[in-house]
Design a protein around this ligand. Structure first.
Ligand SMILES: Nc1nc2c(ncn2[C@@H]2O[C@H](COP(=O)(O)OP(=O)(O)OP(=O)(O)O)[C@@H](O)[C@H]2O)c(=O)[nH]1
Length: 214
């Protein structure tokens, strides 16, 4: 049976796949995203940046996988960033940066871009690849000062691209989205289904017997 390998440390991506019926084999890529982005140069478009980062993550994992996995696998790399005022934003890492971002984006909208790369591996060798990014417009609410400070104190916004989540505490501050919710969380299910089709893999082949609906 073809095994789906998630080349990501993201717990959210793992959860999305589990709830959608796939128990991924997780192998974190450890890719230096800043270094990859530097090689792309200042003229790289935001779509190109997130897709190349996703490709770098998937490609880095292939040679590190055990033989029984790479006998028959699809390796998926992803990268999510928020495009706001023409600038790509990753994780804020600090409360000060997250606060400044929320003060700038409250009441406005941005586009959450998630790059995806699928590499088909057979008998230990890459035999196919397909990549694309998904774009979802996110309309931000306006948290009160107290709510924003409490959200920052939770620690959540510092760990996620764009300093918000759709499916966590951040959900209270997202008015609506235009696009695929799973790609905002970190891995776009309908896009991954298409990319898997490009490399000859049907999504139902990968479903485990008991999806995790919890
Ligand atoms: N739960 C949740 N996580 C989100 C949301 N938006 C972005 N994220 C997470 O923010 C992180 C974006 O950083 P990335 O560099 O793409 O991924 P990472 O977590 O560093 O993990 P790698 O794939 O190993 O690089 C991912 O873990 C996403 O799942 C959201 O709405 N909900």
């Amino acid at each position: 049976m073809t095994r789906l390998v998630l080349a990501s440390a993201s717990p959210a991506r793992r959860t999305v796949l589990r709830k959608a019926g796939i128990e991924p084999y997780v192998h974190v890529s450890g890719v230096d995203e800043d270094a990859v982005q530097a090689t792309l140069g200042p003229r790289a478009t935001p779509h190109h940046v997130v897709t190349e980062l996703a490709r770098a993550k998937a490609a880095a994992v292939v040679p590190a996988l055990p033989a029984d996995i790479v006998a028959d696998a699809v390796v998926i790399g992803c990268d999510s960033m928020l495009l706001l005022d023409g600038e790509l934003q990753g994780k804020p890492h600090t409360a000060d940066v997250a606060r400044a971002r929320w003060r700038s984006m409250a009441g406005r909208s941005g586009t959450l871009l998630t790059g995806h790369c699928v590499i088909r591996v057979h008998d230990g060798r890459p035999v196919g690849e397909s990549s694309a990014d998904s774009a979802t417009v996110v309309h931000f609410g306006t948290p009160s000062g107290d709510d924003l400070e409490a959200y920052l104190d939770s620690g959540e916004p510092m760990q996620v691209a764009g300093a918000f989540t759709l499916d966590g505490l951040g959900g209270w501050f997202i008015d609506r989205i235009e696009g695929d919710p799973s790609s905002v969380i970190g891995i776009g299910l309908p896009l991954v289904r298409r990319l898997l089709g490009d490399v000859g893999v049907g999504i139902a082949e990968l479903w485990t017997a008991s999806p995790d609906p919890a």
